[in-house]
Design a protein around this ligand. Structure first.
Ligand SMILES: [Zn+2]
Length: 392
């Protein structure tokens, strides 16, 4: 994941391809009674600065996810997020300013790591992960509360190619505060043929079932039940190299992340190999809530020829953690730690699933912490149980 941050903005050609839908997907983000979804636009000027977007947070709102959807050449990030009262700024949760008194080492590390030091070190952390999409999850640590009132959002374009443009903004407010009750995350598996898994055989395939059972075990530690809503076979033209699906560049990655016909839930793509030898990639930290209008999204995980199935499941769970809003406990090779008090930054053994380090022991399942569970429960894709829109 870290290497991707350094990638330049590339032109992407979208040509989603899939075949062999196994089950019908259902559910729609717009039918959720616990969510208020607003779509708006934001103008970016030739200097890369944006117009202000107003977000009204009413009493009782528990959390907010802001999604910024751009085009191929865009590289957006949330620049500012603050609450105003009669034209006066009352509270700032995201700012490009580096916090006063911040440790020099932290600042340098954040600059190298995220390209947006102020935003990354701020009270409610955010950063850009891939081009075309940025997000802000509020709150994403226990020290932040989303107060009711009028909030203003400003976006910045980090790309080299500055020109006037329009970005689509989607805000998703969760009207109820997050409970610790059991929740559901609908997922859609996209098979590439790796390990012989397919939309036709996954239900009876012992190897896949072992993978799924490890994955479910990890998510149960966060009180989240995974529900497979559909399964697809990816068209081999998405990747290359004969029978293997190998995602080698940004073009192929976005091509993949737009494929499939699911319109709600978390898309999971299982491929043979990924660029830079990565074991997985998430489309965002606070990944997009896909819908019929916003197709891009999901996580990619690899199924290498060698290694234990539990390690592959663990790599996927880690990317899903990012998608649901989690950062690493400690960024690899830096002094940057997460903002949570129940994770251990010296977790070199990879006890926690969001440790950047990972673990080499397939028999010690890496889990989520209670604070991590609380953050993930706020993602719009995570639903309460029973969910009103689900009809089997
Ligand atoms: Zn990671």
């Amino acid at each position: 994941m870290k290497r991707l941050l350094l990638m330049v903005v590339l032109l992407l050609i979208s040509d989603g391809s899939y075949a062999g839908e196994k089950k019908t997907s259902f559910g729609n983000v717009k039918s959720r009674s616990d969510l208020i979804i607003t779509e708006s636009k934001c103008l970016i000027d030739a200097a890369g600065k944006s117009s202000e977007v107003t977000i009204e947070v009413t009493e009782g709102v528990g959390s907010l996810q802001i999604e910024i959807h751009g085009n191929h050449e865009d590289f957006p990030i949330v620049e500012d997020f603050f609450r105003v009262e009669k034209g006066v700024i009352k509270e700032t949760l995201v700012t490009p300013k580096i916090p006063s008194g911040a440790d020099e080492r932290l600042v340098r590390a954040a600059q190298q790591f995220s390209g947006a030091a102020g935003q990354f070190l701020g009270k409610n952390r955010c950063m850009c992960l891939l081009n075309r999409y940025a997000s802000l999850v509020v709150p994403n640590n226990p020290n932040v509360k989303l107060s009711p009132g009028t909030w203003k959002l400003r976006v910045k374009d980090m790309g080299e190619n500055k020109h006037e443009r329009e970005l689509r903004i989607r805000t998703i407010l969760r009207t109820k505060s997050v409970s610790f009750a059991r929740r559901i995350l609908p997922v859609h598996f996209h098979f590439s043929g790796a390990r012989g898994w397919s939309a036709e055989n996954y239900l009876d395939n012992q190897d896949f079932q072992a993978y799924l059972s490890e994955l479910k075990k990890i998510f149960l530690s966060a009180n989240i039940d995974l529900r497979i809503d559909s399964a697809y076979n990816l068209n081999s033209s998405t990747g290359n190299a004969g029978n293997k699906m190998i995602i080698e560049d940004n073009d192929q990655l976005f091509n993949l992340l737009e494929s499939g016909s699911a319109t709600y839930g978390l898309k999971i793509y299982l491929v043979d190999e990924l660029m830079y030898g990565a074991s997985g990639i998430s489309a965002g930290i606070g990944g997009p809530t896909i819908s019929s209008e916003f197709k891009m999204g999901g996580v990619v995980a690899t199924l290498p020829d060698y290694g234990h199935i539990n390690m592959f499941a663990s790599a996927l769970a880690h990317e899903m953690g990012h998608y649901l809003g989690l950062f690493h406990i400690k960024e690899y090779g830096t002094v940057l730690q997460d903002q949570l008090s129940d994770t251990n930054p010296d977790d070199d053994q990879g006890v926690n699933i969001m440790s950047a380090q990972g673990s080499n022991d397939p028999w010690s399942t890496r889990l989520f912490s209670p604070q991590q569970a609380q953050i993930m429960a706020r993602h719009p894709l995570v639903m309460s149980l029973p969910s009103p829109e689900v009809k089997r």
